[in-house]
Write a protein that binds this ligand. Sequence first.
Ligand code: ADP
Ligand code: MG
Length: 251
Amino acid sequence: MSLEIKNLKAGITDREILKGLTLTINPGEVHAIMGPNGSGKSTLSKVLCGHEDYQVSSGEVLLDGEDLLAMEVDARSRAGLFLAFQYPHEIPGVSNANFLRAALKARQPEGADVDAVKFYKQLYTRMDQLEMDRSFTSRSVNEGFSGGEKKRNEILQLMMLEPKYAILDETDSGLDIDALKIVSRGVNAMRSESRGFLLITHYQRLLNYIQPDVVHVMVEGRIVLTGGRDLALKLEERGYDWIREEAAANA
Ligand code: ADP
Ligand code: MG
C-alpha cells in the first residue's frame, strides 16, 4: 500500500515540466514538497489527478499497486486520491452541501444513497472544526468566497471525503495566521495511520503547524534533495539559490 511515483515525465504539448520525478508516500506519512515558483509543483498535483492539459510521456504512478495514470479522473478520486487546489474552482449553481453529498454518493455502490441525517451531522461537525459558518452549506461551491474561505472549503472536502492520499497544493497561500491555524488543525485531525499526505508549499510557515515526516525540494521538475524538517528551516534561512547551484553542479 502506497502512492508510488516512478520517474514521472510530463508536461504540456511542447514543453516537458516534470523531468523524471520519483517519490513514494506510505499511509501514515506526511511528505512536504517545497520549491521555487515554476518548479512544477502544481503540475505534479494536476498530473496525478488527471488534468487534461498535461500529457505524461513516461514513468509510472501506482496507487496501492494500481495504475493511476490509466484511470479516468473520477476513478482516481474513488480510488482514494484527493487534491486541494492552489486555485480552487468556483461552481456556480451547485450548493456546497449538494456537491459534497454527490461526491460521497459517487463512492457508494450503484443505487445506494447517502443518509441525509448522518451526512448533515458529519458536515456540521467538520464545519465547526473549521470555524465555518453554516451559511456555507447553501452557497454555491466557492462562488464569491474569499481566498481564505476557498482554502477552508478545500479542507472541508478533504474531511468529508476521507481520502487515502491527500495532496494539498499551497493550501497556506492567502491565509492569515488565524486561518492557517484553523486549516492546519483540520489537516492534523485527518492525519492517520491509513492516510498519506503530500503538502506542497513554497514557504516553511505551514510546516510549523503541520509537521512533515519527510521534506523534498523540487527544482525544475525533479526532486533534488530530501531530508527531515530541518531541511525546511534551512530553506527558510538560505532560500533556494544554493540548491539550484548544487543541482546544476550535479547535473
Ligand atoms: P509551481 O507550482 O511549482 O509554481 P507550476 O507547476 O505551476 O509550478 O508550473 C511549472 C512551469 O510550467 C511554469 O513555468 C508554468 O508557467 C508552466 N506551466 C504549467 N502549466 C502550464 C500550462 N497549462 N500551460 C503552459 N505552461 C504551463
Ligand atoms: Mg503552484
